[in-house]
Ligand binder design. Structure first.
Ligand code: ADP
Length: 155
């Protein structure tokens, strides 16, 4: 049976921390879906299409990595893709506590195994919130984000 995993997130934007998690997970799975969660009640800083384009261009040479946007429950996407694994990154104890609760619920709901990779130290301070704040205030985010030129800010 193929080992199929989903890496869900808002990825607003997809940072070098996310990229590192995906690159380290590639050898673990046959297929890896990076899934941009779209919640209609939430406002995103970057457009969905530009986030899709940014992530696709980062992994254009990795045939096992696919990129999609989705709405609804992540476990439903897992069923659709026949994925038995969810990939998440852990930066600190706050991530851990949050992920533990979600991981246990996803296991109860659908028998999905969560696979956690600990962030590389050099990326552990990077968060989408801080990167957006730097960008909003005219700072340079290129050291935190690959292919940032693909990203388009939502009006
Ligand atoms: P969400 O809104 O689902 O938390 P994010 O886009 O913020 O979406 O994060 C998606 C996943 O990537 C989460 O598992 C998060 O812990 C992880 N992550 C976020 N930033 C980093 C980072 N700098 N290094 C490693 N993992 C990260």
């Amino acid at each position: 049976m193929k080992r199929i995993a989903i890496f869900p997130g808002s990825f607003d934007p997809f940072t070098k921390g996310h990229e590192d998690i995906v690159r380290r997970a590639i050898p673990l799975f046959d297929e890896l879906y990076i899934a941009i969660g779209i919640n209609s009640s939430k406002n995103y800083y970057y457009t969905t299409n530009s986030r899709l384009a940014q992530i696709k261009s980062i992994f254009k040479d990795e045939p096992a990595v696919k990129v999609e946007a989705y709405d609804g429950l992540t476990v439903n996407l897992c069923k659709e893709k026949k994925a038995r694994y969810l990939l998440r990154g852990i930066r600190n104890v706050m991530d851990f506590e949050f992920e533990r609760a979600i991981g246990q619920m996803n296991s109860d709901l659908a028998g999905i195994e969560s696979v956690f990779l600990i962030t590389d130290q050099k990326y552990s301070a990077i968060s989408g919130t801080i990167v957006r704040e730097i960008n909003r205030n005219g700072g340079d985010i290129s050291q935190f984000v690959t292919n940032m030129e693909e990203l388009i800010i939502t009006l």
